[in-house]
Design a protein around this ligand. Structure first.
Ligand code: TEU
Ligand code: CA
Length: 543
């Protein structure tokens, strides 16, 4: 059996701003989430990860925190938060908080004081530098706003560092007092009974900006080990670090229990399957299922014995899974959404599902830059236009990667604003809500939701999915995933067609019985099998 609760659970990511509004101000909130817990219990998830709900001026929708121990009033109160933790617990659901400790808001008291007084005890919580030859210490740039990552602070005349927006100021993890302050804050939340932390850009906390080393700094793993010992060490607690720089071997280092660091990390290798490797994220290429498969399989192999994987297709920074890897119209939307679910949930690791994925929500293209909220997308638009791209060309690129795609409000029903809010939503609802919504999905007997529900239950109750060994089935077409999971005398086989075209595949010639699939029938006798468009199934081989 599995050792930790998160080895048999599925985590559901909530983007609080867009999940459920309870008071008609157009902004999702904690009471709204509480009102939807029964829905999440029905789905069967073991935890919810909340994108940040702390006090924040919202320069980056909460990823710019001005007080780690206060709730943003837009979302509710600390009493609401306590109630959410308790109400979730009653339903067997743990709450995972987003921990953004690479940077704080410029409005955090630490930074306000640091700026006001060079002798402030928190001055050294941030990264400062005297000018070099009268200008910035080096040419580091800020990803979210373009231009230098260094900003001059008058009257001290020193520069401070911000690698994201100018309102997200990088913390100096070399300072042991800063580290202790972070651990104390984490313990405040742990003592409230939360189930885990998702750690924002964790590969950056050890940065050495003067060496221009931004990820994987010399002491990164020392800090994580120290954090582990100072905070959750004695609890069965989920920690998942976001690490864009990580490959499978790094993932093993972070998650190997012997190192006492994290439960797992999010790595993004598979998400380069429709990008130029090393290129810019908005420069897309046609999806290579072969690359997608190789990246996921590599993680399975490298973390096969020690360490642990996270499994995800999308999150609040990424396009919607069906839009990116499947189909968005006709019957193929449902088929491909179920196919994606089966493919991912068969793998070894902890699956994460992003709000709306369970009903097959799609990207939401817009025509004008004024309709875009995402700070990153707005900057990139400006850069593309400066390079001479036309408005329509730039918007076409934005529509493929803008983070707003994932952030449009949750589609609950066919009423005004999709049942998300009685007021004007902060970000427009995808007009397809009249077709794609929870109410319609729940009325269907064989819905995408239903597939997720089955997969979540299978994982919770079957050691094969929890700890079974992964093995790829070789010699299948590029667009087909086929692999097995084996534990003792049980072998489960997962097979999926990532294409709208039928394809023939050779599987072991065994009889099998179905666990879950996206067509009403399935091949009871394996061998040479013809897969239909986006067909996927998980079967147990008969012994
Ligand atoms: O994102 C990490 C990050 O590196 C982003 O630049 C990411 O590459 C980009 O958003 C993908 O489009 C994390 C959070 O998930 C994101 O929402 C925050 O904006 C960012 O950190 C800063 O805190
Ligand atoms: Ca609200």
């Amino acid at each position: 059996m599995s050792q930790h609760w998160w080895q048999s659970a599925v985590v559901y990511q909530i983007y609080p701003r867009s999940f459920q509004d309870s008071n008609g101000d157009g902004i999702g909130d904690l009471p709204g989430i509480i009102s939807r817990l029964d829905y999440l219990q029905k789905l069967g998830v073991g935890a919810i990860w909340l994108s940040p709900v702390y006090q924040s001026p919202n320069a980056d929708n909460g990823y710019d925190i001005s007080d780690y121990q206060a709730i943003n009033p837009e979302y509710g109160t600390m009493a609401d938060m306590d109630r959410l933790i308790a109400e979730a617990k009653r339903r067997g659901i743990r709450v995972v908080m987003d921990l953004v400790v690479n940077h704080t808001s410029d409005e955090h008291a630490w930074f306000v004081n640091a700026r006001a007084d060079q002798a402030s005890p928190t001055r050294d919580y941030y990264v400062w530098s005297d000018p070099v030859d009268g200008h910035e210490p080096n040419d580091l740039t800020s990803g979210f706003i373009g231009g230098s990552a260094w900003e001059k602070d008058e009257p001290s005349g020193q520069y401070f560092l911000h690698l994201f927006s100018a309102k997200q100021i990088d913390l100096n993890w070399q300072n042991p007092k800063l580290r202790q302050a972070i651990y104390d804050m984490m313990n405040f939340w742990i003592d409230k009974g939360i189930g885990g932390f998702r750690m924002d850009v964790i590969d950056m906390i050890g940065k050495e900006p003067f060496k221009k080393r931004l990820v994987n700094g010399t002491h990164l793993h020392d800090y994580l080990h120290e954090m582990n010992r100072q905070t959750w060490a004695d609890r069965d607690f989920l920690t998942v670090g976001e690490a864009w720089s990580a490959g499978p071997k790094d993932a093993l280092q972070y998650s190997n229990p012997a190192n006492q660091e994290l439960s797992m990390i999010f790595q993004f290798g598979h998400l380069w399957a429709d990008r130029k490797v090393g290129g810019e994220k908005w420069e897309t290429t046609p999806l290579s299922v072969k690359r997608l498969k190789q990246a996921l399989y590599d993680c399975q192999r490298v973390l096969g014995q020690q360490g642990w994987n996270s499994l995800f297709w999308n999150n609040h920074d990424l396009p919607r899974a069906v839009s990116r890897f499947g189909a968005t119209t006709g019957p193929n939307r449902e088929l491909s959404a179920k196919m994606l679910a089966i493919t991912l949930h068969g793998l070894k690791g902890t699956p994460y599902l992003y709000q709306g994925e369970e009903i097959g929500m799609t990207d939401c293209p817009v025509n004008k830059i004024e309709q875009v909220n995402d700070v990153e997308a707005r900057t990139i638009y400006r850069q593309l236009r400066d390079r001479g791209e036309s408005e329509s060309a730039a918007m076409a690129k934005l529509n493929r990667f803008s983070r707003d795609n994932a952030r449009t409000p949750m589609q609950w029903d066919t009423s005004a604003n999709a049942g998300f809010s009685t007021g004007q939503p902060w970000l427009a609802v995808n007009p397809n809500y009249t077709q794609i919504n929870v109410q319609a999905t729940l009325a269907e007997s064989d819905s995408i939701f239903n597939t997720y529900q089955q997969l979540i239950k299978l994982r919770r109750t079957n050691p094969v999915l929890q700890t079974g060994t992964f093995a790829a089935i070789e010699g299948v077409p590029d667009t087909v995933f086929a692999y097995t999971r084996t534990l003792a005398d049980q072998t489960w086989l997962i097979c999926s067609n990532f294409s709208a075209e039928p394809v023939e595949v050779r599987l072991p010639a065994r009889s099998a019985h179905r666990l879950v699939g996206n067509y009403p029938d399935y091949p009871q006798q394996l061998g040479t099998v013809k897969l239909r468009p986006y067909e996927a199934f998980m079967v147990a081989l008969d012994v």
